[in-house]
Write a protein that binds this ligand. Sequence first.
Ligand SMILES: Cc1cc2nc3c(=O)[nH]c(=O)nc-3n(C[C@H](O)[C@H](O)[C@H](O)COP(=O)(O)OP(=O)(O)OC[C@H]3O[C@@H](n4cnc5c(N)ncnc54)[C@H](O)[C@@H]3O)c2cc1C
Ligand SMILES: *[C@@H]1O[C@H](CO)[C@@H](O)[C@H](O)[C@H]1NC(C)=O
Ligand SMILES: *[C@@H]1O[C@H](CO)[C@@H](O)[C@H](O)[C@H]1NC(C)=O
Length: 269
Amino acid sequence: RSHWYVCSYDYRVSTTLRCTTNKKLDLSVFCFYLVFHFLTSLVWRRFYSLQLIFDLLDIMKCNSKKSVVIVGGGLVGSLSACMFAKNQYEVNLYEAREDIRNSGLSEGKSINLALSVRGREALRRIGLEDKLLAHGIPMRARMIHGQNGKLREIPYDPVHNQCIYSVSRKFLNEILLTELEQYPDCNIYFQHKLINLDVNSGNVTFYRTEDNSETKITDNQLIIGADGAYSGVRKCLMKQSMFNYSQTYIEHGYMELCIPPSEDNEVCL
Ligand SMILES: Cc1cc2nc3c(=O)[nH]c(=O)nc-3n(C[C@H](O)[C@H](O)[C@H](O)COP(=O)(O)OP(=O)(O)OC[C@H]3O[C@@H](n4cnc5c(N)ncnc54)[C@H](O)[C@@H]3O)c2cc1C
Ligand SMILES: *[C@@H]1O[C@H](CO)[C@@H](O)[C@H](O)[C@H]1NC(C)=O
Ligand SMILES: *[C@@H]1O[C@H](CO)[C@@H](O)[C@H](O)[C@H]1NC(C)=O
């Protein structure tokens, strides 16, 4: 038995693939894929890492049962779940929070996302692009407010005049979860928080906040860690020897400001 890990990093996210196979994988093929992955991820980021996973599984043919456990039902978890489901996988998705479709806006998550061509491409592949664009607000330029009150526009695409779309993060996450439920072999388990992943056996343990119990899922062939910035999956992988990890913070933070219009409905900034 050999185990392979593929990790991809965004500026605050890591996605980790674990795969166990009895067949021997040609190491050079694997290295090629890592290099390929690195190059494409510079351009395409997370979306292509998912393509990499499918390609790898094709090569390894290790997943005869075609089932996947996904930890985290945020943007990456729910999107990749749809893609696995579309590829005829049985999908079991575990999310620590309760179903966001029944809850209010969580703090710090109200800020809209700017959806670009990469995100649109991913959504197109699961048939949700139009739905999102209908809801999104086109943003053609960045507005710079000078201290002297002067305004200056910086267009995002002065050449082809394309734009990015501002979409609600919660809405995006909600339609991804709803889309996932349309597939036959998919189960979403809310209020299931990963507390342990045994790297050697592939057993995962979840804490169920509903009734304070623990549940252990065994015999997993493929586990996707999509549990965000402080990933529990990654924390468990870090217990492996020779596992390097580093985290750095950017020096500035961000703040959400709501500036209501004036009485005559003008922009007040
Ligand atoms: C202020 C801000 C602005 C941003 N703006 C943009 C933008 O304009 N455009 C853009 O493309 N990106 C933007 N991003 C980045 C984008 O939000 C992230 O890349 C994206 O949310 C990452 O998705 P994710 O699914 O990996 O993580 P998350 O969306 O954080 O989801 C992780 C999920 O895993 C769950 N979870 C966590 N721990 C566990 C556990 N132990 N067990 C089970 N489940 C667990 C969480 O509850 C959560 O639902 C922004 C980020 C920030 C902070
Ligand atoms: C994983 O689960 C299997 C099946 O229940 C069990 O036999 C095995 O001991 C478990 N391994 C660990 C390390 O928990
Ligand atoms: C871990 O990082 C250190 C410092 O960057 C480096 O010297 C070492 O070779 C790395 N180890 C592995 C296993 O990658």
